[in-house]
Design a protein around this ligand. Sequence first.
Ligand code: S3P
Length: 170
Amino acid sequence: MKSKKNLVFLGMMGSGKSSIGSLVAKKLKLQFVDIDKEIEKNLKITIRKIFETKGEDYFRKIEEKITLKELKLNSIVISLGGGAFTNKNIRREVLKNHISFWLNWDNKILIERIKNNKKRPLTINATDKDLIDLIKNRTNIYSKALYEIKCDNLTKNEIVNKIQKIYETN
Ligand code: S3P
């Protein structure tokens, strides 16, 4: 029987939460919700602009509100923003009622990807050291997810299949 729980993807920026999440949703024939996109849709501006004009604290409040609202839906696939799981209320809800997957990659791969994308407000001017510190700080938190998927040596298809298998045992 299909679980009513949501599949929740978390991890660093550049870890593929949106791309893997949407592939998993397609495969399992479930709805896919990308929280960053929901925030932009709701506020009608980009996340970068929200950070620039209203600041990070404001963004985090909106992020909490929208994430908790979307988590009330059943049997969907959700990709969180990279910082969402550091929020206690979001974390508590995800761990209590949903199936969470941490997409974990080698630091080098993450840093390369983050540096190649200049759209993310938190890391526009970040040095390698800043990124390593951020990854280090968040690793403890991400590791609380129900499942860790070590992605480095897997193809996208293999990652999706692995997640599907886990989902089917829940
Ligand atoms: C953030 C990650 C971003 C976005 C915002 C803050 C973070 O999402 O929510 O820029 O704190 O790590 P992605 O992980 O989807 O890039």
